[in-house]
Design a binder for this molecule. Structure first.
Ligand code: ADP
Ligand code: MG
Length: 244
């Protein structure tokens, strides 16, 4: 579903000192798999997810999403992917329903299909009481639910979420976690970044640990535990420490 090979990204950086955000990163996510990309701030998570979602071009390496090349077939990749970026904005004066309808039309969905999807997603994320409120009157958690609904409106087979639960309360996080589980039941692929270990534990089939642009571990959670210890927080610290 997603495969990347030796992905690298160097940003120009200030005063022409290049910043190497990603070096030689390879991994794959299979159908129906939930893959967690872990790493401290600045590890390169956002850079990797933006490249996979075609928002950014890699400096080196290649990648495919459902067989489509992330550079040469970017349009086809975009049709098959729902990408939640960490700074997705909503139009403040439009209501949640209007925003979702607007994006549904951009995705080329019929009005009937849009209504049906808004109904489904509003049930999944308990959005019915605020669907007709303007987005600038919504709480952070409500806004994130609308953002996620918007990125998955076209029911894409592959979903890429950049820190979907960052800064959210327990209830909102829980509904997002449940949604990701539901995606797996439907054989969709979810790649998401986080630094919340309990989420990784609850959700992920496999994880990748990124630190300073390099992948230091990639494999099933059980393997991570047996190599670095049962406590995932400690395992994480150990991997990152070993790398330092
Ligand atoms: N547009 C940019 N220009 C220059 N450097 C960047 C840019 N975006 C990210 N970086 C740098 O690349 C590295 C990885 O950043 P990022 O992918 O955002 O990490 P993460 O999402 O894991 O926190 C950091 O050192 C960051 O400062
Ligand atoms: Mg980030």
């Amino acid at each position: 579903m997603i495969e990347i090979h030796n992905l690298g990204k160097t940003y120009p950086g200030r005063r022409s000192v290049p910043v190497r955000a990603l070096a030689d990163v390879s991994f794959e996510c299979r159908p129906g798999e939930i893959f967690g990309l872990l790493g401290p701030n600045g590890a390169g998570k956002t850079t990797a997810l933006r490249i996979i979602s075609t928002a950014l071009r890699p400096t080196s390496g290649t990648g495919r999403v459902m067989g489509f090349d992330i550079v040469a077939d970017a349009t086809a990749v975009r049709r098959n992917i729902g990408f939640l970026s960490s700074n997705t904005g909503l139009y403040g004066r439009l209501t949640a329903r209007e925003v979702l309808t607007y994006f549904g039309r951009l995705f080329g969905l019929s009005d009937e299909r849009i209504r049906a999807r808004i109904g489904e997603l509003s049930a999944v994320f308990s959005m019915s009481e605020f669907l007709d409120r303007p987005c600038d009157k919504l709480s952070t958690g409500m806004r994130q639910k609308v953002n996620i609904a918007r990125t998955v409106l076209h029911a894409p087979p592959v979903m890429v979420f950049d820190e979907p639960t960052a800064g959210l309360d327990v209830l909102t996080s829980r509904s997002i976690v449940q949604f990701v589980r539901e995606c797996r039941r439907e054989q969709r692929t979810v790649l998401f970044s986080t630094h919340i270990m309990s989420e990784v534990e609850k959700l992920c089939d496999r994880v990748g640990v990124l630190h300073e642009g390099r992948l230091h571990f990639c494999g099933p959670i059980d393997e991570l535990r047996s190599r670095y210890g049962a406590d995932l927080d400690e395992a994480f610290v150990r991997i990152v420490g070993e790398a330092a």
